[in-house]
Ligand binder design. Sequence first.
Ligand SMILES: Cc1ncc(COP(=O)(O)O)c(C=O)c1O
Length: 372
Amino acid sequence: MKVDPFLVEQFMNAFEKKAELNLAETCVDPFTLGDFLDFVGQCRFFDSIKKMKLTYGEIEGSPALRQGLADLYEHMKPQNILISGGAIAANFLVFYSLVEPCDTVISIFPAYQQLQSVAKSFGANVKLLPLHESNGWLPNIKELDNLVDKRTKLIVINNPHNPTGSLIESDSLTEICEIAERNGAYLLSDESYRGLWVTPTDSVPSAVDISDSAIATGSFSKPFSLSGLRLGWIAANQRIVRQCMLHRDYTTISNNMISDALATLAVKHADLIFNRSLRIIRANHEIVSRWVDDEPRIRWIPPKAGSSGFLRYNMNISSKKLCLQLLKEKSVLLVPGYCFGMEGYLRIGYGCGTRTLKAGLSEFKDFLNSMR
Ligand SMILES: Cc1ncc(COP(=O)(O)O)c(C=O)c1O
């Protein structure tokens, strides 16, 4: 089966280990295992799981983990949650379970490419819903309505949005849900960055708490800072969860038991961990904002949520060349816009440690000055 190369993943695989100052990553400063256990007051955790028999474990994810994740929503119960190998496997499973050849799938653009390419590889007619900088990188609801046709099976959004950090607010999200419902389609809302609100008063409900037609996917990599667990989840009504489970049997018997136990600890301390993540992204957002204000050839629409922003540069050089030159000369990594199909832009991840961010931005400034 043919599938388009996943450009952002290919770029990260090739270059992320080569940079001393990685400003390309979107995970919020990952914990070391020791720091995580200290942070949640569980230094003796590994003693406590020594008697764990390494079986396949709980097939759909442990009850405690599913309960802890259900508690992150207003209307979800453990049976509405299915654990997966990261949000990437959760998204894949939704496409694999629901999309058939000749279905129409409407997906936002630019976006994490998985949200467009997997449905295309399954033979769907993928229509792109463009997000415009002039509209704060938000979808135009009318444009979405016009794209819907009789064969529309799935509408795909990512809220908060990677790479721009835009946030679809409650009212618009409700309108998107209504379009899906009216047309008998599902809405897949990739909510990997949910909870990372830059402004403390902001908070947007999950699409699954608005509509029965919605499916939300989530991640332990971003606000939980535990990407190494490689866990994520699907939250949806039970019919959809059963449909996903039917398909998941062919790809995943169960997930890693040790990761499940660590993730269960994490959801028990979700508030504490989210507060740490919020401290990091809010401080770092301010640093990048000041830096951008001071940099005549760079501008951005300040992200409202998540851990990444899309920098627009005003220079006559391709995004790939710029990033590779920056990496070579300054050991700083950014993601070139071409990985999102958008020349003239760079993705910056500002969830990293503040020292790394400051050092990376300072090197980037020197680099830009040397190009004048
Ligand atoms: C929008 C989006 N969805 C899914 C993923 C995959 O996340 P995970 O590490 O949970 O597989 C990413 C990773 O960057 C992402 O940005």
